[in-house]
Design a protein around this ligand. Sequence first.
Ligand code: ATP
Ligand code: LTN
Length: 338
Amino acid sequence: MEGEIQKKKILFSGVQPSGTLTLGNYIGALRNFNLLQDEYNCIYCIVDLHAITVRQDPATLRRRCLEVAGIYMACGIDPEKSLIYCQSHVSGHAELNWVLSCFTYMGELQRMTQFKDKCAKNENNINAGLFTYPVLMAADILLYQADMVPVGSDQKQHIEITRDIAQRINGIYGDVFVVPDAYIPKVGARIMSLTEPEKKMSKSDSEDSYIAILDEPNIIRKKIRRAVTDSDTEIRFDRENKPGVSNLLDIISALSGESVESIVISLQGKGYGALKDAAADCVVDTLSPIQAEYKRIMADKAYLQGILDKSADTANKLAKRTLSKVYRKVGLAQSGRK
Ligand code: ATP
Ligand code: LTN
């Protein structure tokens, strides 16, 4: 990939190992990852440095990094085509983070809605990392001169600030960075919580609010059966007034490829029980083969670790190219060593 990197455009994305990955992560981000593998040189990162903005149990965090790598591969990311590695294994992320933070304004960071949401959820640990989280994310992306970043719609604001930082630096020093575009899916860019459908499904919320990619079929059915809908009986897409029902329709549409309109027609008059059964069938059918593949991959941890290490080596080389360019452009001292 290192040599080839010049020819194809570059795609970068990341997922935090901050919990077990959810159906929201899958529909909003992961399932698009493998679709783009042939068109782009893809770099998929497990962003463990981002995860520690919220307190994590060390042993669990370490285990989850490997699990996320396994899920990436089970969802179809091919380590022969794409890089899969841990953010903390490439020191360039943290180094570029520093430089970018000197070109990011406090006011910009204060407007980030994810920061406000995370503060509300972590009242006892509103740390500086939570505040500067988007700068590290910008560093992740700009470090590889990525053209494209597939994410769920909750990350749109973070991609915009990344573009602003890149354009600001390019404006001062000439062409330093590629300015990346977000790739946000048309359907399923924001899957909602099963228990509070006006909120985003999130892996750091309570277990019954999300479907984990690794949930057993009977658990998936149970969670969907209990999903909050409304006191009405009409199956209709109306995100504002019927968020629970709309979320289930969204999930079916995203996974089956059928339009919401035709799903609504086929379920007309059948009631919420039928809607929930249809959603559960789609989810189980999609996740079962991924779960089987995940089991197979996780049986050989040494192989998985080997992929992470090899990818990190390549990522380190790519990162160094951008970092030396940035250091040179901003005027940091050059080393006299050969
Ligand atoms: P946390 O709850 O710990 O903040 P998260 O699942 O919200 O985690 P990430 O793991 O960093 O956040 O998300 C990885 C990718 O999944 C991102 O591209 C994000 O936009 C996408 N994503 C997360 N939740 C959803 C969702 N509910 N619907 C669609 N996409 C989502
Ligand atoms: N901020 C993202 C995770 C993330 C990411 C990235 C996504 C960190 N770095 C780079 C895409 C590209 C989140 O909270 N969902």
